[in-house]
Ligand binder design. Structure first.
Ligand SMILES: [Zn+2]
Ligand SMILES: [Zn+2]
Length: 268
């Protein structure tokens, strides 16, 4: 069983419920030792505003993490953020979050550009232009050194995705880079709960061939889902020969799970 879950949301993102203390209590009830708050990042220019907190809500978000640490001392509560991968914002993410003491960031691709049009990355990876944008963004996220792991990297499978030679080549390049840079990929159980088409098996066969590491996430949008699907994802990882890691509080050095794992008690 994993020690922690690192991808949970709050009501601030406008499509989730609950706040960080609720998720921390649910994590404790599920026997988890760590809970990472990683809500959808605000953006300095108000972009994609319908699915994220406003910039002026950051103090209340940070206060909610502090409140969760006080309310549930048996769980190590980490302050994180799920950041949309777009090079325009990389410096802002560093200065606004990591330079101000955030424990980790998730890099997730939610939007793609295709011939001047913006499309959802959830199944939007159709055609050469969108696929190129996807691999450029994924490779930039891996190379920039900001992200503790790539969130739902296989969300391009949503809908009627077909594993084509072009997609296979792009995924192969991304998995090779993730393995070389030691950036874990996220196996995400929201895809299982909502039958979205991910986890996408050919994607994970490729990741396993490159010996990529994986982080298991519930991507919970309500407290009751905090630990949802983690057992299924553990089985999935084992079946595919994928090594599961925890998010280390020292960025870039995830600790293995299981008996060899370490869990630094930062807030002891
Ligand atoms: Zn969300
Ligand atoms: Zn996401």
């Amino acid at each position: 069983m994993v020690q922690g879950v690192y991808h949970t949301h709050t009501a601030r993102c406008l499509h989730a419920s609950g706040d960080v203390p609720d998720y921390a209590r649910a994590a404790a009830a599920a026997g988890l030792l760590r809970l990472g708050a990683a809500d959808h990042t605000p953006l300095p220019d108000g972009r994609w505003a319908s699915v994220r907190m406003r910039l002026d809500e950051l103090p209340s978000y940070e206060a909610a993490v502090a409140a969760a640490r006080r309310a549930v001392p048996s769980v190590e509560v980490l302050l994180g953020m799920e950041c949309d991968v777009h090079p325009d914002y990389f410096a802002w993410y560093r200065d606004t979050f990591l330079a101000r003491g955030y424990d980790y960031l998730i890099g997730s691709i939610h939007f793609l550009e295709s011939d001047g049009r913006e499309v959802s990355a959830f199944g939007g990876c159709r055609g050469g232009a969108a696929l190129r944008d996807w691999s450029n963004k994924a490779l930039a996220a891996i190379d920039c050194g900001l992200f503790a792991f790539l969130g739902h990297p296989d969300n391009i499978a949503c809908g009627d995705a077909v594993w084509t030679p072009d997609i296979a080549a792009a995924v192969d390049e991304v998995c090779a880079a993730a393995a070389a840079r030691g950036v874990p990929l996220e196996l995400n159980s929201l895809g299982l709960r909502e039958q979205r088409g991910y986890p996408w098996m050919p994607f994970w066969e490729c990741a396993a061939a490159h010996h990529c590491t994986v982080v298991l996430s519930s991507d919970a949008h309500k407290p009751a889902d905090t630990a949802a699907g983690l057992a299924d994802l553990t089985d999935y990882a084992r079946a595919h020969g994928l090594r599961v890691v925890e998010v280390a509080t020292e960025r870039g050095a995830p600790a293995p799970t299981g008996p060899r794992g370490s869990c630094p008690a930062r807030h002891a």
